[in-house]
Design a protein around this ligand. Structure first.
Ligand code: CTP
Length: 405
């Protein structure tokens, strides 16, 4: 867990979006972080300190003067692994850019050497004001991470850019900043979901894949610094920063992957591709009065085998093997047949494993025979183990030929 035990000062300033800081706080705590909440005087107009204190890891602090320690203004910043300000008002950005220490939060920001993330939220006119943009440019130049606001409804019925980024985007940025950065500059292509092969205008041959494991791999790769393209058949919330290539059929997925793979450093085929599709999809809807239709199937192309045959030196190719028996033997044979570097084998007949679950249990088999078993856990933890193995393979490729893959 990237955030487990990490000490995060959550600064909340006085804007209407302060209520969303409560959700950010809850998500950080759920992810295992130790959240130290600091509110400005303005924030207290928008959200109660009881609410934030109840959800954070410690009671809210607001003042330079209410602590027993003689040097509280430096303590919070010194001990933090990260300082996050959400929402950050124009006033906070100005004070921070100017180096002013007017309250506990600005003191903490000046006293910390930890990474800082600010999440501005304000009305569009204020956001676009050159003074605000100059302050942000100054902060960015000094290494502060900025989670840009989104377009949307603002307080007072206005709408435009300035709405605080969604809590999941903010938490993803925290994970990215605090997580290992072993995939920076690496383009990872992930396929996710089950393909749907048309029978007629309304019916499809489909499978039970939810796409959750592929999305978890995409989110983890992003957190580790990768550029991620997600070839997907499902409409789950896109991990912040991922580029989506929506597809439906095996043929569309193959076209997207054939397009992306030549420039990808890592390809992870987490999708459940239909092995068979109807030879002909009927135009319009097949009507009942036409009798029971006979659906003739044909094999789909094996996308992964095609990628394996065209694999570039240095490229890492990862497959999945959904099995109900002889897990390792079947997975190893797929690994060899499809020219893969890694295969992630799961016994989909076991409870809590694979399709539609939020959890999974896998054995990661590496070309050459090494295996790593990950027992039942959430799909993000599986993603972490898969990408750890990807990084091991990339490191081995580097040391073998002396070049960066
Ligand atoms: N795969 C693929 N194209 C297909 C079928 C599978 O790219 N037409 C990929 C899957 O995305 C997965 C891997 O191949 O990464 C193994 O898929 P799986 O269904 O377990 O194996 P198959 O090769 O289809 O063999 P079988 O169904 O007989 O077990």
């Amino acid at each position: 867990m990237v955030l487990h035990g990490r000490r995060i000062v959550l600064g909340v300033t006085g804007g209407i979006a302060a209520y969303k800081a409560v959700e950010v706080c809850r998500r950080l705590v759920d992810a295992g972080a130790h959240v130290v909440p600091v509110m400005t005087a303005g924030a207290e107009h928008f959200v109660g300190r009881t609410t934030l204190s109840a959800l954070a890891s410690e009671p809210v602090q607001t003042s330079l003067w209410d602590e027993a320690s003689p040097i509280p203004h430096t303590r919070l910043g010194q001990q933090a692994d990260l300082v996050l300000v959400a929402p950050a008002t124009a006033r906070l950005l100005a004070a921070y850019a100017a180096g002013l220490s007017t309250d506990l939060l600005t003191n903490t920001l000046l006293a910390t050497r930890a990474p800082v993330i600010v999440c501005p939220a304000m009305h569009t006119e204020m956001w676009e004001n050159p003074a605000v943009q100059d302050n942000l440019a100054t902060l960015r130049r000094r290494g502060v991470q900025v989670v840009e606001p989104e377009e949307g409804r603002l307080a007072g019925g206005d709408s435009g850019k300035g709405r605080l980024a969604a809590p999941e985007r903010i938490v993803a940025e925290v994970e990215r900043v605090l997580g290992p950065k072993d995939l920076v500059g690496v383009h990872v292509v992930v396929s996710a979901g089950g393909t749907r092969e048309p029978i007629d205008a309304v019916r499809v041959v489909a499978n039970r894949s939810s796409g959750k494991q592929g999305y978890a791999i995409a989110a983890e790769a992003l957190a580790r610094g990768a550029r991620v393209t997600l070839v997907t058949t499902v409409e789950l919330p896109l991990p912040p920063g991922a580029v989506a290539r929506p597809v439906e059929t095996a043929a569309e997925m193959q076209a997207a992957l054939d397009d992306l793979a030549p420039t990808a450093d890592v390809v992870v085929m987490a999708a459940a591709v239909a092995d068979f599709r109807p030879v002909h999809a009927a135009d319009g809807k097949i009507k009942k009065e036409m009798g029971v239709p006979e659906i003739v199937l044909e094999p789909t192309p094996d996308i992964l085998a095609g990628l394996g045959a065209a694999k570039r030196p240095g490229q890492v190719l990862v497959g999945f093997a959904a099995e109900t028996s002889d897990l390792i033997a079947n997975a190893e044979s797929k690994l060899r047949r499809k020219n893969l570097d890694l295969i992630v084998a799961n016994d989909v007949s076991a409870p809590g494993v694979g399709f539609q679950h939020d959890t999974n249990a896998v054995t990661i088999v590496r070309a050459g025979g090494d295996t790593i078993t990950v027992s039942l856990t959430d799909k993000r933890a599986i993603a972490r183990a898969v990408l750890d193995s990807v990084c091991d393979v990339r490191a081995a490729l580097t040391s073998f030929d002396g070049t960066q893959p």
